[in-house]
Design a protein. Structure first.
Length: 76
């Protein structure tokens, strides 16, 4: 029988919904009031997104948990 994790995803919690709505409202406000500044920084934001995505999206791949054949009990 499968056991599922009973905790909901962050995006489905009340705090996650409020945080998402706040981020959307803040983004819309910044775009409307500071459109020229936001558009001027857009190329830098795209460049900054590359290393951030690399750091956060490699979480959970098991990097750094390499083991040798001897640790697994396998003959080398």
């Amino acid at each position: 029988m499968d056991q599922h994790d009973s905790t909901p995803s962050f995006w489905k919690t009340p705090f996650g919904v409020v945080a998402t709505l706040f981020a959307v409202a803040a983004s819309a406000y910044l775009y409307v009031t500071h459109k020229d500044h936001v558009l001027a920084l857009l190329p830098y934001a795209i460049l900054a997104a590359c290393p951030l995505m690399h750091m956060f999206m490699h979480r959970g791949h098991g990097h750094g948990k390499h083991s040798s054949h001897a640790d697994k009990g396998e003959p080398s």
